[in-house]
Design a protein around this ligand. Structure first.
Ligand SMILES: [Cu+2]
Length: 138
């Protein structure tokens, strides 16, 4: 059986082909739910100076970006956007799928719209998920 070998030029372009919206959603849920549940406990104070293990910090960032909607898949909760460069995450302009945070975000959008969107980036350890937390035609 032939195993696909990675192409030689895998720099930034290697990020997006690996993006799987369903996986992203699962990871997102795994990140955020425990985070919110843990907040009160955290505020009450945990061991000082715990190293590694479960104490990895979660980083959360929202980046405004723009592009053109090339596909809408409400049943899957995803869109495809031909987006402009997003320097904050090191992405060049490209066409790629995104998960929408919420089905109501599809309202008022149609294929071909120029859109402005909030790209939310959640990072924990070496795992990063991307999703759109707000989007509107402009
Ligand atoms: Cu991209």
């Amino acid at each position: 059986m032939k195993i696909a070998t990675p192409s030689k030029n895998r720099f930034r372009s290697s990020i997006h082909p690996l993006f799987d919206p369903r996986l992203a959603l699962a990871i997102l849920a795994a990140f955020l739910l425990p985070l919110f549940q843990a907040l009160p406990a955290f505020a009450q104070g945990r061991d000082h100076g715990s190293h590694g293990g479960s104490a990895q910090s979660i980083d959360h960032q929202i980046i405004v970006a723009r592009g053109t909607l090339t596909e809408l898949n409400p049943s899957e909760g995803t869109v495809v956007i031909d987006h402009e460069a997003i320097p904050a995450v090191g992405w060049e302009a490209m066409v790629m799928p995104f998960e929408l945070k919420d089905g109501s975000l599809f309202e008022g959008l149609k294929k071909g719209d120029r859109v402005r969107f909030d790209l939310t980036v959640v990072t924990q350890g070496d795992k990063t998920v991307y999703f759109i937390s707000d989007i509107e035609a402009e």
